[in-house]
Design a protein around this ligand. Structure first.
Ligand code: HEM
Length: 390
């Protein structure tokens, strides 16, 4: 397998990882990324094949003992559907999907519209950062509502979530690990107390539904209930915040054309944003048996990285893939594929659609007031700031 080197914290790479993906893809569908010491998929077909192949999975074959300062973090992760395979994965995902019906998601549209209007009504005068003013609060407050967690907890949810997801970033240090463990502990303590209090106050929300499953005993343990809430609160906003920011940037740099934002155009625009500049670039899998694929012999237990963003820029699947073109019907893997395909995709799509339409309808002259730059967060890809003028 060809080898390639690239520091994931190199400033030029952080700003624009796509030239690296193109170089890697030119070497083959599977390359060995030196800095991660991992084979990586570079092409859409290879990435999709591994994500859908049941001989690969998220859960390591052998449980590892975490270092003491990270134990609290991994104690939460141990019950996360994202880190598990069937049968536990099937049970946990099924419980969430039953509450995450398309009817329940579609019914959120008026609330999302009202929240967009409220946030825009509070935009400051002059140049301002659209991330804290719009892109961040929208998905956080919506997922808090859907779960049934008080919205005034949003600043805490954000702080805990940011500290926890930092565990998946290349710039991870001992301090970042300790912060993530502290956040995991505080987050679970909060939810443990909150769930206890909520038992006597059922409502039409996800926590009530999960509590019912937990009281049933067989279906959900208290630890699983806590972790599922944390996963939904974290996954429910981190990626959407960055997609919204990256999407507004792409639109402002390339137009925007009114047709991209109205009628049927908006759905394609959202998909093209997800393809062109996705927020999550890498997810890994373990081989569960010896497998020969793309000319490489995987041994049982080997790890492989699926480069979702490289796949979505594969010219074999998307001609002229480096161009932003909301008039095409794009192919992308930004929500993953197979068993772990994003549970929140319908909600994320709805939020992105409404937030973009509402923003450009109210502020048709919106423009960039400073050059946006990406934060050093790989394998997340999101902006540090998005300074605009309305
Ligand atoms: C634009 C926004 C989003 C993107 C790009 C995104 C992306 C992804 C990806 C790539 C995966 C699969 C990871 C893997 O295969 O290893 C995933 C899984 C997941 N996502 Fe999302 N996501 C987004 C929004 C959301 C939202 C809004 C929610 C919750 C409301 C959510 C909840 C989840 C959950 C629970 C999983 C785990 C599913 C499983 O393991 O079966 N995501 N997401």
């Amino acid at each position: 397998m060809p080898t390639i080197s690239q520091s994931p914290t190199d400033p030029a790479f952080v700003q624009d990882p796509y030239p690296f993906y193109a170089r890697a893809r030119a070497l083959g569908p599977l390359v060995y990324w030196d800095d991660y010491a991992l084979p990586c998929t570079t092409a859409l077909a290879a990435t999709s094949a591994i994500l859908r192949d049941r001989r690969f999975g998220r859960e390591p074959l052998e449980p590892t003992t975490p270092e003491p300062h990270t134990a609290a973090f991994y104690a939460v992760e141990a019950h996360s559907m994202l880190e598990l395979e069937p049968p536990r994965h099937t049970r946990l995902r099924g419980l969430v999907l039953r509450a995450f019906t398309s009817r329940r998601i579609a019914a959120l549209a008026p609330e999302i519209e009202a929240l967009c209007a409220e946030l825009m009504g509070a935009f400051p005068h002059g140049d301002f950062d659209l991330l804290p003013a719009y892109c961040t609060p929208l998905p956080v407050r919506i997922i808090a509502r859907l779960l049934g967690v008080p919205e005034d907890m949003a600043p805490d949810l954000l702080a805990w979530s940011n500290a926890m997801v930092a565990m998946y970033q290349a710039r991870r240090t001992h301090e970042i690990e300790a912060d993530a463990a502290r956040a995991a502990l505080e987050f679970s303590d909060f939810l443990r107390l909150y769930v206890k209090e909520r038992r006597s106050r059922p409502a039409d929300d996800l926590i009530t539904h999960l509590i019912a499953a937990e009281e049933d005993g067989e279906r959900l343990s208290t630890d699983e209930l806590i972790t599922t809430c944390i996963l939904l609160l974290n996954a429910g906003h981190e990626a959407t915040v960055h997609t919204l920011g990256n999407g507004v940037k792409a639109l402002l740099e390339h137009g925007p054309d009114l047709d991209w934002l109205t009628g049927a155009g908006i759905d394609q625009t959202v998909e093209e944003i997800l393809r062109f500049d996705p927020p999550l670039h890498m997810f890994t899998r373990y081989a569960y048996e010896d497998i020969e694929l793309f000319g490489h012999a995987f041994r049982r237990g080997d790890e492989v990285a699926c480069l979702l963003a490289a796949a979505s820029h594969d010219p074999a699947a998307t001609p002229n893939a480096q161009a932003f073109d909301p008039t095409r019907r794009p192919q992308h893997l930004s929500f993953g594929a197979g068993l772990h395909f994003c549970v929140g995709a319908p909600l994320a799509r709805l939020e992105l659609k409404i937030a973009l339409q509402a923003l450009f309808a109210r502020h048709p002259k919106l423009r960039l007031a400073a050059r946006p730059s990406y934060a050093n967060l790989y394998h997340f890809h999101g902006l540090e700031r998005l300074i605009v003028r309305a």
